[in-house]
Design a protein around this ligand. Structure first.
Ligand SMILES: Cc1cc2nc3c(=O)[nH]c(=O)nc-3n(C[C@H](O)[C@H](O)[C@H](O)COP(=O)(O)O)c2cc1C
Ligand code: SF4
Ligand code: SF4
Length: 298
């Protein structure tokens, strides 16, 4: 079976899930290709879903919905009537199941896709609060188990569609509208501090081209410019990548800085550290994280 997985990941969680899924599907003898949504959009690559038996779309939850870039990608898809499709999402909290999938499912169905499975992985939150390392490690370990099962379900074409109540859909639309609108504004007013070393990784890696270099690569000015020859446009989708990946921690929101995790976010360093044990959640978990333990049936 030929499968193509298209995914977007701001800070690495969904990428990890995508790689796990690719590995598990390959173990089940599927021929799996993985493509980044941002590359398809930036390079205007023609998406040829007809080459595959199945397609998958993966993304992080942003305000109970998919980030705008995922919708932009779906708008670019051509009609592929009856093509089976699955959706997998990563969120930082099981609350409201990551929001309604109705809006994205509708868009896919308009293009003829037959969405048969929708999955949610709970991964560490990459905004507001830093979770404890042993919780983050455990969420990754639990995701590994759940993705193995998801791969089996996909191969069997098991139908699992989320129930999207009207209220959930309204909440998702409302929060998502506020987040998408706010993102443009927050991303426009980012600040770069003097610790910037002009590596321009942020310019190269912004998925939407929101960070623009004005001048040459040595930082020499050739026109209107902000600090450090870098200016910000109005296409930010609040993916958080530039903030957490800057090698000198030089880039931050000017407003609503509490949105950023102060200590930064680096899931790969937690996964690769053998001294961090995944032993936070259990059937005794009380307080805020109890609903996480319940979600995993611990
Ligand atoms: C702008 C923004 C909004 C978010 N909204 C939600 C949310 O509504 N519910 C939730 O559980 N997690 C939310 N999160 C957390 C992410 O969904 C979660 O950490 C995800 O795994 C990040 O994936 P990534 O590393 O692939 O970007 C949000 C993160 C961002 C950056
Ligand atoms: S990634 Fe950080 S150090 Fe590099 S150019 Fe951007 S702000 Fe400056
Ligand atoms: S400006 Fe930063 S947060 Fe906004 S889309 Fe680009 S990389 Fe993501």
């Amino acid at each position: 079976m030929k499968i193509c997985i298209y995914y977007f990941s701001g800070t690495g969680n969904t990428e990890i899930i995508t790689n796990l899924l690719q590995k598990e599907l390959t173990n089940l003898n599927a021929d799996v290709i993985v493509m980044k949504i941002e590359t398809i959009i930036k390079k205007k690559i023609k998406v040829k879903t007809e080459k595959y038996d199945l397609i998958g779309i993966g993304y992080p939850i942003h305000a109970f919905n998919a980030p705008k870039i995922v919708y932009d990608f779906v708008h670019r898809l051509h009609n592929d009537k009856g093509k089976k499709a699955f959706i997998f999402r990563s969120s930082g909290d099981p609350f409201l199941n990551g929001g309604s999938t109705k809006m994205l499912r509708n868009q896919l169905e308009k293009k003829g896709f037959d969405v048969f499975n929708e999955n949610l992985s709970i991964m560490p939150a990459n905004v507001f609060l830093q979770f404890k390392d042993n919780l983050n490690k455990q969420l990754y370990q639990l995701a590994q188990i759940r993705i193995k099962k998801l791969a089996q379900d996909i191969m069997k074409r098991k139908v699992f569609l989320q129930k999207n109540s009207i209220i959930l859909t309204i909440i998702s639309k409302l929060f998502s509208f506020m987040e998408t609108t706010g993102a443009k504004w927050l991303g426009k007013y980012m600040k770069i501090s003097d610790s910037c070393i002009k590596c321009f990784n942020c310019v190269r890696n912004c998925p939407t081209g929101n960070i623009v270099l004005v001048g040459d690569k040595n930082g020499n000015e050739v026109g209107d410019k902000d600090d450090n020859n870098i200016i910000f446009d109005k296409s930010c989708i609040l993916c958080m990548r530039c903030i957490y990946k800057c090698p000198t921690n030089a880039i931050h929101f000017k407003y609503f800085r509490f949105f950023e995790i102060k200590q930064g976010y680096n899931i790969k360093s937690i996964i690769s550290n053998p001294n961090i044990k995944g032993d936070y959640l259990s059937n005794n978990t009380k307080g805020y994280f109890k609903h996480y333990a319940d979600f995993f049936g611990l």
